[in-house]
Design a protein. Sequence first.
Length: 143
Amino acid sequence: MDVVIKASIKTHLEGYYLLEPDTRHGKPEYPFVLNIDGQAVTWEVAGQVEDSPKYDEKGRKNPEGGKGMRYNLIKKLQIKPGLHKIFFALPGENKSAEITITLNERELSVLEFKPIYYRYDGRPTFEKGVSRFEVFLNERLIQ
């Protein structure tokens, strides 16, 4: 059966912080790690400069608003139905998520890792990095 793995993060541009230690933020590529049942792969995902509106249409602060580097991962894999242990990580953020899922005989499943960013002045912002992930299977929150 086919499973689509989706993840997207936004980081500040390289040099945003004057005294920032060496990080992957704003670099041309960013590593995404996936391990399914002990089979691991690292994808170096190309970034695109993105300048998003700072507020949404209802006037709320957009956590990914402003100028930064967007990294989008979309990979289609074939995985047998059944129980699977999944580990997903962003080594550049030192953040990971580990889940166990059961895949049924559907034609296609979508597993998505959405970032929750650290807060600044009470609001989440990509400029402070990834705090954790929310994990969705077929648009349903599982973690």
